[in-house]
Design a protein around this ligand. Structure first.
Ligand SMILES: *[C@@H]1O[C@H](CO)[C@@H](O)[C@H](O)[C@H]1NC(C)=O
Ligand SMILES: *[C@@H]1O[C@H](CO)[C@@H](O)[C@H](O)[C@H]1NC(C)=O
Ligand SMILES: *[C@@H]1O[C@H](CO)[C@@H](O)[C@H](O)[C@H]1NC(C)=O
Ligand SMILES: *[C@@H]1O[C@H](CO)[C@@H](O)[C@H](O)[C@H]1NC(C)=O
Ligand SMILES: *[C@@H]1O[C@H](CO)[C@@H](O)[C@H](O)[C@H]1NC(C)=O
Ligand SMILES: *[C@@H]1O[C@H](CO)[C@@H](O)[C@H](O)[C@H]1NC(C)=O
Length: 316
């Protein structure tokens, strides 16, 4: 009895040692290999070229710069590849499959890398295999409207950022329908002028923050756009800074904006009486920011402000 117990214990110790030895290896070999592949494409960063090396003494890729692993599993959970591509070289098409080995990846930063899109059959839709991917930052690249057709399967995404890309004209929100867990969407600084959201829209149910600053939204038909944004069921914070709402005709239909708590209109051109009129329909508004706005028009008292008690206006 006693003897077999001792054997059992030593086997256990042996297993523990093996497991420990395996963990202390650091990152998974296939992830290390995948990082070394990425280095060929994200090729203009001193650190990346010097630290991400195929060297037995630096084989723990969890220790590499721009890589973050889960301490327990040793799997890569965050990759920060912002500004790692030479801007003087031509725009390029990325192979998104290069990221699929990182099965536990949660955050991917590809900001400022001159990416024009993806190579055929290796698009962003391949990232749908990464069930934990929550944060995707694609700012300051050259993605155009066709990106929406490839994002459909990324149902685990919480935050998606597309600041300063080549999104243009009218955006049909239906393209994002399946992003059922999306909480924050940033499309600032694009040439977007319209957002099409069906009246009884049921998608993007968790979206609470929408950034549309520096777009051309107000120029075409701002009130119509505002009205359709009102159909987003959970929206609490809306950024419309650096837009021109001066010419926006606010019609009587602008009613059911019942969730919005924060409206940020900084750096905008606004017509004050029209603004007050439309704000009256934002019945849940608690915070309105109008820093550095150019206000035109007079106050005629027809504003009929019906806003909650916690409401505050910030004017700088
Ligand atoms: C790794 O480190 C050992 C001991 O410092 C050294 O002898 C060896 O040359 C190093 N290997 C490489 C590939 O640099
Ligand atoms: C690391 O992974 C384990 C197992 O999947 C998980 O329980 C834990 O929360 C993770 N830790 C972090 C910091 O993400
Ligand atoms: C994209 O990357 C995957 C994974 O490394 C590879 O299998 C595939 O051949 C690549 N495709 C292209 C078009 O380069
Ligand atoms: C949009 O990007 C795709 C690649 O993602 C490209 O094939 C297409 O030509 C681009 N369309 C325009 C109008 O630039
Ligand atoms: C993601 O979005 C949420 C909800 O808007 C926000 O609170 C959070 O700070 C964002 N996380 C990151 C990493 O940007
Ligand atoms: C606002 O809600 C009321 C009652 O639910 C509805 O009758 C009306 O059509 C809605 N107005 C708009 C502009 O959606």
């Amino acid at each position: 009895m006693c003897g077999s117990k001792r054997v059992w214990v030593s086997e256990l110790i042996f297993i523990l040692l093996v497991v420990k030895g395996w963990w202390s290896e650091g990152c998974l070999e296939q992830e290390r290999y995948a990082l070394l592949q990425l280095r060929h494409f994200f090729n203009d960063d001193q650190c990346l070229q010097n630290c991400w090396v195929d060297d037995e003494n630096y084989s723990d890729c969890c220790q590499w710069e721009r890589v973050e692993c889960n301490d327990t599993t040793g799997r890569v959970i965050k990759l920060d590849l912002r500004d790692t591509r030479n801007w003087e070289s031509a725009e390029w098409y990325m192979n998104a499959s290069l990221f699929t080995p990182f099965q536990q990846l949660e955050s991917l930063y590809l900001i400022g890398n001159n990416i024009a899109g993806c190579v055929e059959n290796e698009g962003l839709d391949t990232l749908s295999r990464l069930n934990n991917l929550k944060f995707l930052y694609l700012d300051y690249n050259h993605f155009n409207n066709s990106i929406f057709s490839s994002l459909g399967g990324l149902s685990s995404l919480r935050n998606l950022s597309l600041i300063g890309n080549r999104l243009i004209g009218s955006i049909d929100i239906k393209g994002l329908d399946s992003l059922g867990n999306l909480e924050e969407l940033d499309m600032s600084d694009n040439a977007i002028n319209n957002l099409v959201i069906p009246k009884d829209y049921r998608g993007l149910r968790k979206l609470n923050t929408l950034y549309l600053g520096g777009t051309e939204i107000a120029m075409i038909d701002g009130s119509k756009v505002l009205q359709s944004i009102g159909s987003l069921p959970s929206l609490k914070t809306l950024y419309l800074s650096s837009t021109n709402f001066k010419g926006t005709v606010v019609n009587q239909e602008l009613h059911n904006f019942t969730n919005l708590e924060e409206l940020i209109l900084d750096d905008s051109d606004l017509h004050i009486s029209q603004l007050l009129q439309s704000i009256a329909s934002f019945t849940s508004l608690k915070y309105l920011s109008m820093g550095f706005c150019t206000l035109t028009g007079a106050l005629h008292g027809q504003g009929k402000l019906r806003v909650s008690e916690a409401f505050m206006i910030l004017i700088r």
